[in-house]
Write a protein that binds this ligand. Structure first.
Ligand code: MG
Length: 376
């Protein structure tokens, strides 16, 4: 299952005041959209749909950590543009989210994704609890609220279904559930959350900032990982995802990427989720020769599913040779890309052990890693 998250932020809504579109206005010191994107880090590939005039701004803010797509004149057209760009990829499920809902709780995202295991479409909503009236200046009638819901996002679908539904839809839908229903898709309602507000009016900023202040009572976790692999015959070693030429190789069931293993174990450790061996048993032949980014990607996604995102990590490789220095930057960038992190939050460094012990005798390479996770 590969998940993509489409964040729709191409609108020009200025009802929230401030002179610029609400998704770019600051919320607790950062653009609304930066909070929205952060809410989905670790969930899957993020596709951000922006107004064509905002593409450079998006590139400056998010760099290569998200896929930027230029939106169309309507919300439908913007979603279509993002869906079109996912066609033919390995993405199987897609979450479509309003850019102006920056505070979507991790639990809501998890519930939508979990529902997609057993239904073709799912979306969060809250039951209407206030009495409903009709009228303009005076009340002319009341409306039974039974069976009425306040719709939220992310709305989740299987990619081929929603792509076909959008292509068949004449346009003008209020949201993607409307598009799905027009294609006769069953849409399951999962619990929404009051914090998942859509910023529309100026007062919503104050409410969103109050929620964020409450959330800063956050849960911070650290984890550490340690791994060793012995040298064997070969002409290169894989270290932190980078192929480094060497006079020896590293022995292991997978590609023996000792740095990436230590880092992956550090994430599992922070989550109290055991280690790589628990999630990818060495006794299982399908992991023989596996590329280690599969393990790291799994650990990062597991953190996301449990409501945590990575804040930073630090990996130290311990060996006499090969020399790590010339490769450290590219190792850091490779790890950052796999984890969906800013490279400034990923450190890779190395030390020798002054020719002492097994690393000093060049019998193998050791690695230690530390990570910090922050609750959503
Ligand atoms: Mg290992």
């Amino acid at each position: 299952m590969t998940v993509a998250v489409i964040i729709v932020a191409a609108g020009r809504g200025t009802r929230a005041g401030g002179g610029e579109p609400k998704q770019w206005r600051p919320l607790a010191g950062r653009p609304v959209l930066a909070h929205t994107v952060d809410a989905f880090r670790g969930t899957g590939r993020i596709v951000l749909v922006l107004h064509p005039e905002d593409m450079a701004r998006g590139q400056a803010l998010f760099g290569g950590t998200v896929t930027l797509v230029a939106g169309g004149a309507t919300r439908d057209a913007s979603v279509r543009a993002a869906l079109d760009c996912l066609e033919g990829s390995d993405v199987t499920r897609v979450l479509i989210h309003d850019g102006a809902r920056p505070l979507v709780p991790a639990q809501v995202i998890r519930d939508v994704l979990a529902a997609l295991d057993s239904t073709p479409a799912a979306a969060p909503a809250l039951a209407v609890t206030d009495a409903l009236w009709r009228g303009t200046e005076t009340v002319t009638g009341t409306q039974d609220r039974t069976g009425l819901w306040r719709a939220q996002t992310p709305q989740g679908f299987r990619l081929p279904d929603i792509l076909a539904a959008h292509r068949a839809h004449p346009g003008g839908a209020a949201d993607d559930v409307e598009v799905a229903r027009a294609a006769d898709m069953a849409v399951r309602i999962v619990p929404g959350h009051e914090d998942n507000l859509k910023i529309t009016f100026a007062a919503d900023f104050a409410r969103a900032e109050a929620i964020l202040r409450e959330r800063t009572k956050m849960d911070i976790r650290t984890g550490n990982g340690y791994d060793v692999h012995a040298f064997t015959e070969g002409d290169h070693v894989m270290l932190c995802g980078v192929k480094v030429p060497h006079t020896k190789g590293l022995l292991g069931h997978s590609d023996a990427d000792v740095g990436m293993h230590a880092l992956t174990d550090a994430i599992y450790g922070a989550l109290a989720e055991g280690d790589i061996g628990r999630h990818f048993p060495p006794s299982d032949p399908q992991w023989k020769g596996a590329a280690s980014w599969i393990f790291l990607d799994h650990a990062v996604k597991l953190a996301g599913m449990k409501g945590y995102r990575l804040s930073n990590c630090d990996v130290t490789l311990i060996c006499e040779r090969p020399k790590i220095g010339p490769h450290a930057l590219s190792m850091g960038e490779t790890l950052a890309r796999i984890m969906g992190l800013d490279p400034g939050r990923v450190s890779v460094k190395a030390t020798t052990s002054e020719r002492l012990g097994f690393t000093g005798r060049e019998e193998g390479i050791a690695a230690i890693a530390t990570v910090t996770l922050i609750s959503d």
